[in-house]
Design a binder for this molecule. Structure first.
Ligand SMILES: NC(=O)c1ccc[n+]([C@@H]2O[C@H](COP(=O)([O-])OP(=O)(O)OC[C@H]3O[C@@H](n4cnc5c(N)ncnc54)[C@H](OP(=O)(O)O)[C@@H]3O)[C@@H](O)[C@H]2O)c1
Length: 322
């Protein structure tokens, strides 16, 4: 069976099933230098990645842009790349959406994005502090509150203006995604959510497939550097290891293959050239139906990224169904 390498978006565009994640290792732990990401993006393009996942809040879009400028026109053409960025929680006010998008475009050195996602459904206080917190460590929310549908309407204008080819959401639960599908003039093309063998999201996948929404999995490897902290270690799971041995692949390749084989886009992050290559070698083998089911049965609904600092907001997504 020929393995597809792209997912069709409702816009008609093809989104590569494999992208390079460029986000920081953990929320709030900023990279001390963006140089490794600059090198990683170049290395990824050299070994065939055509999709880069970034965001204003990763504070590395200038470094990503530097790498893109070096590669576009020589190693690759702009039209062959798929670049995703995200609107951060402090930019939900409709007046802030266009400037935020323009800033990402400037930093990336691009005149359009292939995909722009609302990073999270909750609006935080406007301003230049990415993680505004009160003395108790709680996120300072936007007052008056901005509902995500008002932010969405401003994002629709970015499509009209030709600044972004597609818009989508991230960390939206099923009912939030349905609300945008029902009330949006432009329907979301993508919902990017945490997913790995311990967080399978089967109900969300079904709802997305029924509504032509492509799912992207972030933390597709379970963010292994933080394995001990979270106890979420799919790469060390005996069943994943056994399937990997059978195919002469690594546990990381099996976790990524399982996602793309069920039509889910993956954006593993690595700044290590050998792993960047390893993570791309997932289109030359196939998991059996039984192996796919074995991995899906590992589900524990175990979540790494919880944005717990605003878990009292009515739109905090993780009390809902995924
Ligand atoms: N929308 C959202 O809210 C959201 C949230 C989090 C993340 N994201 C996106 O998703 C991307 C990926 O998520 P993530 O970075 O949190 O987690 P991840 O991709 O599951 O894990 C990244 C970690 O895995 C290591 N790694 C990479 N390939 C490996 C391999 N083959 N074997 C063993 N270890 C490997 C990397 O180490 P080295 O770098 O040292 O190789 C890095 O520490 C982010 O970069 C970001 O673009 C989005």
């Amino acid at each position: 069976m020929a393995t597809p390498t792209t997912a069709a978006l409702r816009t008609g565009a093809q989104m590569p099933l494999l992208g390079l994640g460029t986000g920081p290792g953990s929320v709030g732990t900023w990279q001390t230098s963006t140089e490794p990401i600059y090198e990683a993006v170049k290395a990824a393009i050299d070994v065939g990645y055509r999709h880069i996942d970034t965001a204003e809040s990763y504070a590395d879009e200038k470094a990503v842009g530097r790498a893109l400028r070096e590669k576009i026109g020589s190693a690759v053409q702009r039209k062959d790349l798929f670049i995703t960025s995200k609107l951060w929680n402090t930019r939900h006010h409709p007046d802030d959406v266009l400037p935020a998008c323009q800033r990402s475009l400037t930093d990336l050195g691009l005149d359009y994005l292939d995909l722009y996602l609302m990073h999270f459904p909750v609006a935080w206080v406007r301003g230049e502090v990415y993680y505004p917190k009160d003395e108790n460590g709680r996120a300072i929310l936007c007052t008056p509150d901005v509902h995500f549908m008002d932010t969405w309407k401003a994002m629709e204008s970015l499509v009209d203006a030709g600044l972004v080819k597609a818009i989508g959401v991230s960390n939206f639960n099923i009912s939030q995604m349905e609300e945008v599908l029902t009330n949006g003039r432009i329907k979301p093309a993508v919902n990017q959510v945490e997913s790995h063998p311990y967080l399978v999201c089967s109900r969300l996948l079904k709802c997305a497939a029924d509504n032509e929404v492509v799912i992207t999995a972030f933390c597709p490897l379970g963010r292994p550097g933080e394995a001990n902290k979270h106890g979420i270690t799919p790469l060390q799971d005996p069943k994943v290891i056994s399937i990997a041995e059978k195919h002469k692949k690594t546990p990381a390749q099996v976790c990524l293959r399982w996602q793309v084989q069920r039509g889910v886009v993956v954006v593993p992050r690595s700044i290590t050239p050998a792993r960047i290559l390893e993570n791309s070698q997932i289109f030359d083998f196939e998991l059996s139906t039984e192996e796919m089911e074995t991995i899906s049965r590992l589900n524990k609904d175990a979540r790494i990224t919880k944005f717990g600092m605003c878990d009292d907001h009515p739109q905090w997504p993780f009390s809902g169904d995924f």
